[in-house]
Design a protein around this ligand. Structure first.
Ligand SMILES: *[C@@H]1O[C@H](CO)[C@@H](O)[C@H](O)[C@H]1NC(C)=O
Ligand SMILES: *[C@@H]1O[C@H](CO)[C@@H](O)[C@H](O)[C@H]1NC(C)=O
Ligand SMILES: *[C@@H]1O[C@H](CO)[C@@H](O)[C@H](O)[C@H]1NC(C)=O
Ligand SMILES: *[C@@H]1O[C@H](CO)[C@@H](O)[C@H](O)[C@H]1NC(C)=O
Ligand SMILES: *[C@@H]1O[C@H](CO)[C@@H](O)[C@H](O)[C@H]1NC(C)=O
Length: 539
């Protein structure tokens, strides 16, 4: 009886699962109209020019400073641009340059930075571990050395967990294998899961995944200022928040990003990730979503430590549109998709409104509930700009960030509306007009005043993110699809399992828990650094 019943249920299950196809993120049967072929070539041309200059003037260093032809080595000095560019080299089909990069990578010694400095767990994870594993997958798993090197650096970063803390520190001394004892932020804590789970997949060592998961879960389980919306700063020693600041911008951003992406990557093996993301989005719609009094542009405001709404936005935060598009599709929730598209319009407008057609690092706006930003009051010039454009610039530089074009890429792949292709083409034209620095491409000191000069840095994420998102926007949508891959926060796509038919998780939002804003305390004596190896229980 029991057996036949099981057989019957199994059959029923098989029928049900063949009927319930996996949820799709991209618009089905999407193709890029042929008239955009020249745009794909244009994105590739910017990449080849930039990479040739990097090879000639800065090979093996972290970054080329394209105006002075100097070298940037503040990411460890192990060749950040080269490692970050590897996936793009494969995607664009530059096999020889990729082989050269594999060769170089195989010689990196991660035991000591060539330029003495502290190493950021976050920055190193998203570029090196994400970049190496993605390149390994994209190149058909033919170069196991890429996994070996990812493992080597993860084994160094693993020293960030000490004293049995669930939450890692972020700054590491690679010579003593000891972290700097200081507060961490949720972006740095929560942006490890995808890469470390991938590393577990390829090494068979479950420790990586466990370490990354426990940090994120510890944050997600804390009482938050608003349901799902974690505060920004955490003391790893106490495992408690040390502030009440809420933002989708820097310092918090990719914690929220990875809650969703990790739910997709693991197909909801643990509902806490999707439940927390859904709750964060729901709280954001209720508490942070604002429209500008001029132009009716949508933005997600910040919420200060004191619980005040700050009418600010940033280039970094503009990833939220793409992230909400991904989540809205996975949850089959049109409300979230529609708001995401509005947010995407607000972010694109920060590009459309400037003299260069490139958006600023930080901006602010006014909504029906006022103009408080937590910073300086709006100036007359800013008010004039606001009255014309519906936002105003508070930090005018462009440092080759990708987020607006990242969200534009998601908007294209999800809706199939060619206006997003036109916007990507506009960005390419602006880059070609305003960013060339003799041998390569630089940033801008002021996106609204090209006369203010170039910003002398070519970021590793110019190769990894900006140019890969642009290229993929014009590439065959089935080549690397939002239905087959999950992108890490550095635009390194990782192979995802076939999608579930639903990502609803437990189906409920996380209820509020009593939250008291932490009172700032004078830091106590800093404990002496520890070099305790992992797996040894702390005393
Ligand atoms: C990679 O290294 C091998 C061995 O040193 C060498 O034979 C080969 O030419 C190199 N390939 C590239 C593309 O640099
Ligand atoms: C797994 O990785 C952790 C973290 O680097 C390391 O401490 C441990 O020795 C590894 N386990 C095995 C069996 O290699
Ligand atoms: C879609 O998301 C919105 C925003 O969180 C929520 O209010 C709504 O209940 C969701 N719809 C469904 C069908 O789950
Ligand atoms: C402003 O935009 C929102 C959507 O973001 C829309 O619901 C609302 O009707 C718009 N208001 C006006 C006055 O156009
Ligand atoms: C900004 O807010 C203050 C305080 O509410 C108000 O006095 C001022 O007029 C506002 N400025 C603008 C440009 O809206």
């Amino acid at each position: 009886m029991r057996r036949s019943c099981t057989v019957f249920l199994t059959l029923l299950g098989a029928v049900a699962s063949s009927l319930a196809a996996g949820v799709t993120v991209q618009k089905p049967s999407l193709t890029v109209p042929t008239q955009y072929a020249s745009q794909k070539a244009a994105a590739e041309k910017i990449f080849t020019t930039s990479y040739a200059a990097y090879r000639e003037f800065a090979f093996g260093h972290d970054e080329l400073l394209p105006v002075s032809l100097g070298l940037g080595d503040d990411l460890g000095g192990w060749g950040a641009s080269l490692v970050d560019a590897m996936g793009t080299l494969v995607v664009m089909g530059f096999d020889d340059l990729f082989l050269e990069a594999v060769n170089f990578t195989s010689t990196i010694d991660f035991n000591t930075p060539p330029v003495p400095q502290l190493i950021s767990v976050f920055e190193t994870n998203i570029r090196w571990i994400g970049g190496l594993i993605s390149a390994y997958e994209l190149s058909g798993e033919k170069f196991p050395i890429l996994i070996t090197k990812a493992k080597e650096i993860a084994d160094k970063l693993a020293f960030a967990w000490i004293d049995g803390n669930a939450i890692p520190y972020n700054s590491l001394d690679f010579t003593t294998n000891s972290p700097v004892i200081e507060n961490n932020n949720i972006a740095q804590i929560g942006t490890l899961t995808l890469e470390w789970a991938a590393l577990t997949k390829y090494t068979g060592n479950a420790t990586y995944k466990e370490l990354a998961e426990k940090g994120t879960i510890a944050v997600a389980e804390l009482a938050a200022p608003l349901p799902g919306l974690a505060a920004q700063s955490v003391d790893p020693a106490t495992g408690q928040f040390t502030d009440a600041t809420i933002t989708w911008g820097g310092g918090s951003d990719s914690y929220f990003e990875y809650l969703l992406k990790y739910a997709r990557y693991t197909n909801n093996a643990n509902n806490i990730f999707i439940d927390t993301w859904k709750t964060a989005v729901d709280s954001s719609i209720h508490a942070l979503l604002r429209t500008s009094t001029v132009g009716n542009w949508s933005f997600l405001a910040d919420r200060s430590d004191q619980g005040l709404i700050e009418h600010v936005g940033s280039h970094l935060a503009c990833f939220y549109a793409g992230n909400w598009l991904l989540g809205g599709q996975l949850l089959r929730n049109q409300t979230i998709v529609d708001i995401a598209l509005e947010l995407n319009e607000g972010c694109w407008n920060t590009y459309a409104g400037t003299a260069t057609g490139i958006g600023p690092e930080n901006f602010a706006f006014i909504s029906a509930d006022g103009n408080f930003t937590g910073g300086d009051a709006i100036t007359a010039d800013q008010l004039a700009f606001y009255n014309e454009h519906g936002y105003y610039i508070t930090h005018p530089d462009y440092i080759q960030r990708p987020e607006v074009l990242e969200s534009n890429f998601y908007a294209w792949r999800v809706t199939g509306d060619t206006k997003y292709l036109d916007r990507a083409a506009d960005a390419i034209a602006s880059f070609n007009k305003f960013l060339p620095a003799t041998v390569a491409f630089a940033g801008l000191n002021d996106v609204n005043d090209p006369g203010a000069g170039l910003f002398d840095d070519m970021e590793s994420f110019w190769f990894a993110e900006v140019l890969k998102y642009l290229y993929l926007t014009f590439d065959d949508p089935n080549h690397i699809s939002l239905d087959t891959h999950v992108w890490n926060t550095e635009c390194h796509p990782l192979i995802a399992p076939p999608a579930l038919s639903s990502y609803q998780g437990s189906g409920t939002l996380i209820p509020p828990k009593p939250f008291t804003t932490p009172t700032p305390i004078t830091p106590g004596p800093v404990p002496s650094p520890r070099t305790q190896p992992l797996g040894v229980p702390a005393q």
